[in-house]
Structures are given as structure tokens and as C-alpha cells.
Design a protein around this ligand. Structure first.
Ligand SMILES: NC(=O)c1ccc[n+]([C@@H]2O[C@H](COP(=O)([O-])OP(=O)(O)OC[C@H]3O[C@@H](n4cnc5c(N)ncnc54)[C@H](OP(=O)(O)O)[C@@H]3O)[C@@H](O)[C@H]2O)c1
Length: 364
């Protein structure tokens, strides 16, 4: 694939990972041109990535037939594009399934259909999620296996699993990259520029707003820094020998056991005198069934604040009681490195998070 210069169509460039991947591709591939598909050119402009002459933005939306591209842009892309890197997604865990599907599954279908008609396309790289594994537990192998009948915790996971299936069924050359959850910009800084369900959950427990946490024997949190994922995506997406591979960009063996993670988190919080004075107890670790009873009890209390808390946790937190270990040997082998172990930066990330305002905590 490196024999001729690549023109890459990249979706999701205004997102956390997409923007980093564009930067990384430009820095490491002098021969590459990147066409970014953006919904909002103003948002793209504010990222100041378009100053590089090798980047061109086209306006489009993956949910629209033909991506809603202007006919001129469509004709131009048909003659130019040699590879597609698809990161655009609705990443909200609480989104109802039909809405998640509209962007994540149907958006992928629209992009695949369009790219199938472009003669120069040699690779379709899809950034999925390790959590297509859904409710499965135990060792999760790289490769297919996103739909073994176990079901999913939320519509996001399911819609991404369905999209993977479309990619795998497509006639062209593809690769699927599955990151686990991104929790900070880099292991070195621990900085959090984009908060997600993990951070919201942490804030709720920090505020003592939830008294239980589901868990099971072997529960661990598999999370990754954004720079590891973006670098890996930029490095792997276009490698010809990876045709047909589905790879985990996960902490894997470096995931942090839940109990150790809670120890470190509560130790971190207890360093602040003001928090210690509040004497907030650690949540009781329970099985999922007991946690469900707790959720139901909260529903019945009619306390709107607590209901909001449990509802906001419900789209993510059951994964803690579905212990899984993502295998990463193939991805690590191709990259020549593993993701940083969570233990190496978790404390830093928690400290960084605390140094910022807590809007969810205040609103809860
Ligand atoms: N971050 C993680 O923890 C994580 C973990 C595993 C997998 N992933 C996967 O990695 C990819 C990137 O994640 P991210 O965290 O960078 O996402 P993000 O920050 O939420 O950004 C999502 C991107 O998708 C674009 N997008 C959404 N709907 C679109 C549509 N209808 N048409 C065109 N573009 C659309 C957004 O554009 P606008 O700016 O216009 O909204 C934005 O650029 C996703 O596929 C996600 O599933 C992420």
C-alpha cells in the first residue's frame, strides 16, 4: 500500500481520537494526503489542523445517503481516495439503539457502499471498540466474535458490533481496530481533555452519590491513553499485511484489577483533607443482581437526584461485573509494544480529574 502515495478519507477528525490520528499520520507519513469528512467546517477550523497543505476538508454526514456530499466533492473523491479510515461515531452510551444505529451502523454502511464504488480504494480501516464483546466474559480473542449471542450492555456496543459485521462482510480489503476505553490524553500527563462514562462514574463515587458498585471475581478495568490509541491507529490502519485482521488496542494484561483500582482511587482522594472530613465510605462491591435491586430501590424512592445518578451509571457500570480480559498479542506484535499498564498512570489521571470542576457532580 505504500508503493504509491495514499489519499486517505478520514471520518471523525473533529473527535478526540480522529484529531490525534490526523496529527500522527501527517507527522509520520510524508507521502500521505488526508481528506477529512466533517459535519461542521467551523469546528474543524478551530482545531487548526487544516493549515497543512496535505489536508483538505469536505463537508458531509455519514447518516446521509452518499454522505450528503456535494456532487463535485463526490466526483473528486471517487478519483482520488485510496484508503478510508472510519472513526466517526456517536459515542454516547445512553443513546437508544435506533439512534446509535443510525450513526454507527448505517453510517458505516453508507461509507462502505460509497467506497465500494471508488476504484482506487485499497483499504477500509474501521475503528470499532473492544466492547463489541458486550456481555461476554473471560478471555476475549482478537478477531471476529463480536456477536456470540451474549448481548450487549448498551446500544453503542451493539451498533458498533453490527458495523463490524458490515465491514467484515464487505468485498474489499479491511482492518478492524478495537480500542478499549480512553481515559486520558497520555500516560505521562494523565490529563483528561474529554470526559466519558468512566470519569462521570468516578465523580459520582467521589461525591458519595452511589453506595454500590457491581463487580465479580476477576473484575478489572481495561482503559487506554488516547495517544497510544491514535498512534496505533495511524501505524496500523494502512499496513497491507493486516488485511482481514481485527486487533485489540487495549491494556490487556495491563488492565487494573477493580479492587486495586479502588484502593488507589480512594487513597488519592483521601490525600485531600476536605474530602477526608466528609468520611465518604467506599461503595459496597456486589454482584450484578444485587446492584439491579439497588437500582430498583432507588427508582422506587422517587429521589430524582439519586435516580439520575443510577441512570447515568446504568449504561456503563454493568461491564464491571462482566470480567473480561482482552487479548492483545497480535496488536502488540504488529506494533512492537503493548499499551501502557493502567497502574502506571491511573493515580495521575485521578489527580488531574480532581483538579477540574465537577459539573456532573454538581448537577447530580
Ligand atoms: N474515546 C474512546 O474511549 C473510544 C474507545 C473505543 C472506541 N472508540 C471509537 O473511536 C472512534 C473515535 O472516538 P472518539 O472518542 O474520538 O469520538 P468523539 O470524540 O465522540 O468524536 C466523534 C466524531 O464522530 C463525528 N461524527 C459523529 N456523528 C457523525 C456523523 N453523522 N457524520 C459525520 N461525522 C460524525 C463527530 O463529528 P462532530 O464534530 O461533527 O460531532 C466527531 O468527529 C469512534 O468510532 C469510537 O467508537 C472510542
Amino acid at each position: 500500500m505504500r508503493s504509491t502515495p495514499d489519499t486517505l478519507l478520514l471520518t471523525g477528525a473533529t473527535g478526540l481520537l480522529g484529531a490525534l490520528a490526523v496529527r500522527r499520520l501527517l507527522a509520520t507519513r510524508p507521502d500521505i494526503s488526508v481528506v477529512v469528512l466533517v459535519r461542521d467546517s467551523g469546528r474543524w477550523g478551530r482545531l487548526a489542523l487544516g493549515a497543512d497543505p496535505r489536508v483538505v476538508a469536505v463537508v458531509g454526514d455519514v447518516t446521509r445517503p452518499g454522505l450528503g456530499l456535494h456532487p463535485d466533492a463526490r466526483r473528486w473523491l471517487a478519483g482520488e481516495v485510496t484508503a478510508v479510515l472510519h472513526l466517526a461515531a456517536d459515542t454516547t452510551f445512553s443513546r437508544p439503539l435506533p439512534e446509535a444505529r443510525a450513526v454507527n451502523t448505517e453510517g458505516t454502511r453508507n461509507l462502505l457502499e460509497l467506497a465500494a464504488g471508488w476504484p482506487g480504494v485499497r483499504r477500509f480501516a474501521y475503528v470499532s471498540t473492544a466492547f463489541v464483546a458486550g456481555r461476554r466474559t473471560g478471555a476475549i480473542a482478537e478477531g471476529a466474535g463480536e456477536d456470540l449471542g451474549a448481548g450487549w450492555v448498551n446500544g453503542y456496543e451493539q451498533s458498533k458490533a453490527e458495523a463490524e459485521r458490515l465491514v467484515r462482510a464487505s468485498a474489499g480489503d479491511w482492518v478492524v481496530l478495537r480500542p478499549s476505553t480512553v481515559v486520558c490524553d497520555s500516560a505521562d500527563s494523565g490529563l483528561v481533555t474529554q470526559q466519558n462514562a468512566v470519569h462521570r462514574a468516578l465523580r459520582l463515587y467521589y461525591g458519595g452519590l452511589a453506595s454500590m458498585m457491581p463487580s465479580a471475581e476477576g473484575s478489572a478495568l481495561d482503559v487506554v491513553p488516547a495517544d497510544y490509541v491514535a498512534d496505533a491507529v495511524a501505524e496500523l490502519a494502512l499496513r497491507p499485511e493486516l488485511a482481514g485482521e481485527t486487533l485489540h488496542l487495549c491494556a490487556g494484561a495491563g488492565a487494573m484489577p477493580l479492587v486495586a483500582l479502588l484502593d488507589e482511587t480512594y487513597e488519592q482522594w483521601a490525600r485531600a483533607e476536605a474530602w477526608r472530613r466528609r468520611a465518604i465510605p467506599r461503595p459496597a462491591l456486589t454482584d450484578l443482581e444485587t446492584y439491579r435491586l439497588f437500582e430498583r430501590a432507588v427508582e422506587e424512592t422517587g429521589d430524582a437526584r439519586l435516580r439520575r445518578v443510577t441512570q447515568s451509571l446504568s449504561h456503563f457500570i454493568p461491564q464491571l461485573a462482566l470480567p473480561k480480559r482482552f487479548e492483545t498479542a497480535r496488536a502488540d506484535g504488529f506494533l512492537g509494544r503493548a499499551a501502557p499498564p493502567v497502574r502506571a498512570y491511573w493515580g495521575r489521571m485521578v489527580a488531574q480529574l480532581l483538579s477540574r470542576r465537577a459539573p456532573e457532580e454538581a448537577a447530580a
